[in-house]
Design a protein. Structure first.
Length: 149
């Protein structure tokens, strides 16, 4: 079982961070493992929205179809792969902190046969990758704010 938990405070308003993260087209910009992502369902973002993604994890290219399982504006966004080699759920939480945003990610997944033998190593590597992704997101959003100012 893979279990990842990470949090970072981003010096941007909650609504801005939530909107950026939940825009599927932004995923390849801040999430280093995502090479491509595109929405595959009609309508606005919400529970049941689907998208496809191509990710590279530990040198392996993985194609997934992903469904939004929880969507609480400015609070929570949860995703579940509906195809691909990994099953589980990733939860993104957004909390206001003195005008800034605490962005948290948790992943609980079963890698199946894909990385089963090396799960402890994979877990540590993914933890570092998620920490890097959070730092990238923080840098991107805070730098955008500086440019606008």
């Amino acid at each position: 079982m893979l279990n990842i938990n990470y949090s970072v405070v981003i010096e941007r308003p909650l609504e801005e961070v939530f909107a950026y993260v939940t825009d599927i087209e932004n995923m390849p910009v801040w999430s280093s493992e995502v090479e491509k992502a595109r929405k595959t369902s009609e309508g606005p973002m919400g529970i049941g929205t689907t998208f496809s993604s191509t990710a590279k994890i530990l040198g392996r290219q993985i194609e997934n179809t992903i469904e939004v399982t929880e969507y609480e504006p400015n609070s929570k966004w949860s995703l579940k792969p509906t195809s691909g080699p990994v099953s589980g759920e990733i939860d993104y939480h957004f909390e206001p902190v003195n005008g800034d945003t605490k962005f948290s990610v948790s992943l609980d997944a079963d890698s199946g046969g894909l990385f089963k033998l090396g799960e402890p190593i994979v877990n540590r590597m993914l933890q570092r990758q998620y920490e890097t992704n959070g730092a990238t997101l923080k840098d991107l959003l805070e730098a955008q704010a500086e440019v606008k100012a």
